[in-house]
Design a protein around this ligand. Structure first.
Ligand code: URA
Length: 260
């Protein structure tokens, strides 16, 4: 690959780019990635990386540690890293537990790691992540400062497809424990999959946004807002205005009654 292509991919947030030495030529008409719209081959770490041994056939549901509901942050992180509770573990480079301030008031939840997140072990570090950082900055927030970022599933779905309900269900105990440890003041769900995972709602994102929803955590009801996933916004620029409305609503909620 010549430097100018590398530079362009870096500008687009699609670096670093890995090229397997033994990679076969890409077949004409091969698929595009769901989240970037770019050919899967152009995106770092395609799903065929040779990272880990395949999971045993009887694995789903059988290889998640017990006692998640009683774990502290570090134990939870280790459990996620070692998890083999669903088929996504077979093709991950690594699991991506979450990132940020463990005392954060704000919790943002996305769908699942993409190629760059799978490579770096941190959520939202690719192109969508750069937009998320800009969205945070627009309301005076910064990754890691009073903000925690997690995903509905902790392992990259092959080809960046939407996680299946069974995969989100297998991963839910980890997310529930993250929420319970964090006890955030507000949860912002990024996209339909996150809404589905956290609230069990399969309705359209458009029908879920614009109102304050609730997540029950022990004796507490945590307010929840749903907004568009940054990867969706990269493809649907006009909806950025609606996302901005949602962010203003979130900021107003956090500031208290009558505040904008
Ligand atoms: N999209 C997500 O939903 N999560 C990530 O971590 C990255 C992209």
């Amino acid at each position: 690959m010549n430097p100018s292509r590398l530079t362009i991919l870096a500008e687009m947030g699609l670096s670093p780019v890995w090229v397997r030495r033994d990679a076969p030529p890409v077949a004409p008409g091969s698929g595009k990635t769901a989240k970037t719209g770019l050919p899967a081959s152009a995106v770092a770490a395609p799903e065929d990386h040779p990272a880990v041994a395949p999971a045993p056939a009887e694995m789903p549901g059988s290889a998640r540690p017990s006692g998640i509901a009683g774990m502290g942050w570090e134990e939870l992180r280790q459990a996620i890293l070692a998890c083999r509770a669903c088929g996504l573990c077979a093709r991950r480079r690594q699991a991506v537990p979450g990132v940020g301030d463990e005392n954060a008031a704000w919790l943002f939840i996305g769908e699942g790691p993409g190629a760059e997140e799978d490579a770096r072990g941190e959520p939202f570090v690719g192109q969508a992540g750069r937009l998320l950082d800009a969205m945070l900055a627009a309301i005076g927030l910064k990754r890691g400062e009073d903000v925690y970022i997690a995903n509905a599933v902790k392992c990259r779905p092959p080809g960046n497809r939407t996680p299946e309900n069974a995969e989100m269900a297998a991963c839910l105990p980890y997310l529930e424990r993250q929420i319970a440890l964090l006890r955030p003041r507000l949860i912002v769900l990024l996209g339909r999959a996150a809404v589905n995972a956290v609230l069990g709602e399969e309705r359209s994102l458009a029908s879920m946004r614009g109102r304050t929803l609730a997540y029950h955590c022990g004796d507490r009801e945590i307010p929840v807002l749903a907004t568009y996933h940054p990867a969706y916004l990269l493809r649907n620029l006009p909806d950025k205005a609606k996302a901005w409305e949602d962010l203003c609503r979130a900021r107003a909620l956090m500031r208290g009654p009558g505040q904008r």
